[in-house]
Design a protein. Structure first.
Length: 437
């Protein structure tokens, strides 16, 4: 990987792309530290320093924003509205025939769906920004902090609207930065910004574990966490690269005097076909009951039961529910993202077949059978990786923003692998010498 980056910097046009990407990253990181108008920055820092921030319900969004959410900056929402909008549009594509038709239209249809994603991102940013401002005004953003209710001193309607507009504009600006990286830089812009947001929280989280440790002044816990992280990265790389290759043979066809077809290829089915989406779905769904209990008044029985079983991540009910939801969403997402019947029809249209399997419906049934079999180990792997923060919570007394959590490791490894592949492919295109040399 380091060799690929070194060779890329020696190539003039790739060097420009890499430097442009680094420049956008610097702008993004600067924006995560600029507070929005109407917020008392000193009170925010007081609450963060009191170590109460990581105990709230906003850890996932705070991780995706690079820590900007709890600091209430102009990039507080980060790229989370865009991620949510993309997932919603991807799910609606299966349900709404118009979106499915646009997806099949090629580049023009994809551009239209991207435009819809932008509009939905702005709408979600307004909704989430309003919720964040309301939470900050009520003091619920930092539970246990004595000055939490004084984060927004002026609670007039004008200041509230200004704060929501500022955060919405920040989200739109982040979306534009991501598209700039995609067009003029290296890799997928949104994935790169997500990678940077998560990686930016690693140093402080690791140092917090060292400070909380008691063995050898915390260095034993620190070293153990590093070792666990390296093992997890190796495991994730191994599983993310694993795939079941289904051979496909194309029959020969004579058109005039020329022969076409007769080639063999394969359909790569990844073990983890769903990626990190099931973990995000399960985490978001488990936040809902805790969020309802947090804003519900009184001391009713159901509220007490939720706070006892679903607020802290180390309770058996939470662990079992989290694991089962991840397995369910893994199968659900694979079912809506991979259509065996469509793949079988395309193969039949172009004269392709799987050796030993008849074309048409038997091919679709075979693909569905293989996909279900490899989704089981993929979903169990996702569930086990996602439970690492829970084990850290029990073993190290760390908070739920454990640096080597399942979501963060899956995203960082996935984005890193894809970016390196893109750099290597562009290097091969520029250094290709041909067969005659």
């Amino acid at each position: 990987m380091l060799t690929a980056f070194a060779r890329a910097f020696k190539t003039p046009d790739l060097r420009k792309k890499l430097l442009f990407t680094l420049g956008i990253i610097v702008v993004y990181r600067v924006g995560t530290h600029v507070p929005i108008p109407g917020v008392d920055y000193r009170n925010v820092q007081t609450c963060i320093d009191a170590a109460q921030a990581n105990q709230g319900l906003f850890g996932l969004v705070n991780m995706f924003s690079g820590g900007a959410l709890l600091q209430i900056t102009i990039f507080a929402l980060g790229i989370m509205p865009y991620i949510t909008a993309s997932i919603i549009l991807q799910l609606l594509t299966v349900v709404i025939p118009r979106l499915e038709a646009l997806k099949k239209e090629g580049q023009a249809g994809t551009a239209k769906i991207t435009q819809y994603t932008r509009y939905l991102t702005v709408a979600l940013a307004i909704l989430q920004g309003t919720g964040l401002v309301a939470t900050a005004r009520s003091g619920a953003l930092f539970q246990g902090c004595p000055v939490a209710s004084q984060i927004v001193p002026d609670q007039s309607i004008f200041v509230t609207i200004t704060m929501v507009i500022t955060m919405t504009a920040g989200t739109a600006f982040v979306m534009w930065l991501g598209e700039l990286i995609t067009d003029r830089g290296i890799g997928n812009g949104m994935s790169i910004l997500m990678f940077i947001s998560i990686a930016a929280t690693f140093p402080s989280a690791l140092w917090a574990i060292k400070e909380q440790g008691s063995l050898a002044d915390g260095w034993i816990e620190f070293g153990t966490v590093i070792a666990v992280g390296l093992v997890m990265v190796g495991l994730v790389v191994f599983v993310e690269q694993a795939q079941r290759r289904i051979p496909v043979q194309y029959a020969k066809r004579m058109i005039g005097r020329r022969s076409y077809g007769g080639t063999s290829t394969y359909i790569p089915l990844k073990v983890n076909q769903a990626g990190v989406i099931p973990v995000i779905f399960a985490s978001s769904l488990l936040y809902i009951p805790a969020l309802i209990a947090q804003f519900a008044g009184g001391t009713s029985g159901w509220k007490t039961w939720i706070e006892q079983h679903f607020v802290r991540g180390d309770h058996p009910y939470y662990i079992i529910s989290y694991f089962l939801l991840i397995v369910f969403f893994a199968f659900f997402y694979v079912a809506i993202s991979f259509n065996p019947e469509e793949v079988a029809d395309n193969m039949k249209k172009y004269g392709g077949f799987i050796p030993g399997i008849r074309a048409g419906r038997p091919t679709a049934e075979y693909l569905s059978y293989v996909l279900n079999r490899i989704t089981w180990p993929g979903s169990l792997y996702l569930g086990l990786i996602a439970l690492v923060p829970t084990m850290a919570l029990v073993g190290f007394g760390a908070n739920q923003n454990f640096p080597f959590g399942g979501t963060s490791i899956l995203i960082i490894v996935g984005v890193g692998l894809e970016t390196v592949k893109q750099i290597e492919s562009q290097l091969q295109q520029r250094n290709y010498e041909g067969f005659l040399r």
